[in-house]
Ligand binder design. Structure first.
Ligand SMILES: [Zn+2]
Length: 317
């Protein structure tokens, strides 16, 4: 099963990330109003995006997704939106590429990158009955976009800005040169390495402190385990994130880490030495990269678990 997924096993057993036991009690007067993070609104965003399927590079739905994300960001305080456009030549063809970068509180010199990918695979290659059918990509990839957009809405409505400035990045080309993701033996992400190679254009003085990546975060039966590359790159941040998650949604966040590493848009940042981790549940069977990756596989509760954890994490001192 797992060899069909884009993972590489590492020689490590799953670490017990956190010791079981009660968490320290928190003051009830928490200034961060997590209830405002609305999973129904996030699910509606997924439903909107799925209507543009296919959203692979060089399809009309790809541009529709760019236009949609940009328009939604413009309604928030993440309204300084920059489109990083270039032409990639991959697998013998030229493709128009676009990373979408939206900055909140740009005057804050401290920066965190919160990222996802918005491109989606071109066909449902893992679907036994219909491997050439469309892959709606509700979980892989609309869920990450939905979590970021809802977080942008909520942070914009908060009375105070988080102590760190936020750069949301919606990466193109995560699913590789032929938009087949794990179905492509020559898979490599395109958008995030391109951005990292030009990091100084966006961060001329100080590099971002850390990077968080979100992918496949809406499954109704989701169990979020910290993965190994994040633990190597950003153990302290992973621990902080999971400590919050275990309080917000103890049925969804797992105390044990996954024994494997996942390759995704956080990988390029890790290679550049920026502490980075991914929030993902790759155990999405039997729907992963099939025609059945549809919004009904998502739940409001799973989206809220991730989104509310993210907001609380961003407001950590
Ligand atoms: Zn993905």
């Amino acid at each position: 099963m797992l060899q069909n997924l884009r993972i590489r096993l590492v020689l490590a057993t799953a670490l017990l990330l956190l010791q079981p036991g009660p968490f320290r009690g928190e003051a009830s007067a928490d200034p961060i109003q997590l209830d405002s993070w609305d999973g129904k609104r996030a699910l509606a965003t997924i439903e909107d995006l799925v209507k543009f399927t296919p959203r692979a590079m060089e399809t009309p739905g790809h541009q529709q997704a760019i236009d949609y994300i940009t328009a939604e960001l413009k309604k928030t305080k993440f309204d300084t939106v920059e489109l990083q456009r270039w032409t990639a030549t991959e697998a013998g063809r030229s493709m128009a590429m676009t990373n979408i970068i939206a900055r909140f509180n740009p005057s804050n010199p401290r920066r965190v990158i919160v990222a996802t990918h918005y491109d989606s695979i071109i066909k449902a290659y893992r679907d036994i009955k219909n491997p050439d059918g469309l892959m709606p990509g509700a979980n892989n990839s609309a869920s990450g976009v939905a979590v970021l957009l809802e977080t942008a809405r909520v942070v914009s409505e908060m009375p105070d800005a988080p102590p760190i400035g936020i750069d949301m990045i919606f990466f193109d080309g995560e699913e590789g040169p032929i938009s087949m993701g794990a179905g492509d033996p020559d898979f490599h992400s395109i958008g995030s390495p391109y951005f990292v190679d030009r990091l100084a254009e966006f961060y001329p003085r100080t590099r971002p402190e850390k990077m968080l990546d979100f992918d496949m975060v809406c499954f109704r039966d989701m169990h979020l385990k910290a993965e190994q590359s994040g633990l190597h790159s950003a153990a302290v941040e992973v621990k902080k994130f999971w400590e919050i998650g275990l309080k917000v949604a103890p049925g969804i966040f797992a105390r044990e880490a996954a024994p494997y590493a996942v390759e995704d848009d956080h990988t390029a940042f890790q290679l550049a030495g920026i502490p980075s981790f991914i929030v993902i549940d790759i155990e999405y069977e039997p729907f992963y990269n099939t025609t059945e990756d549809t919004p009904d596989k998502c739940s409001v509760q799973s989206l809220e678990a991730v989104g509310r954890t993210l907001v609380k994490y961003l407001y950590l001192p």
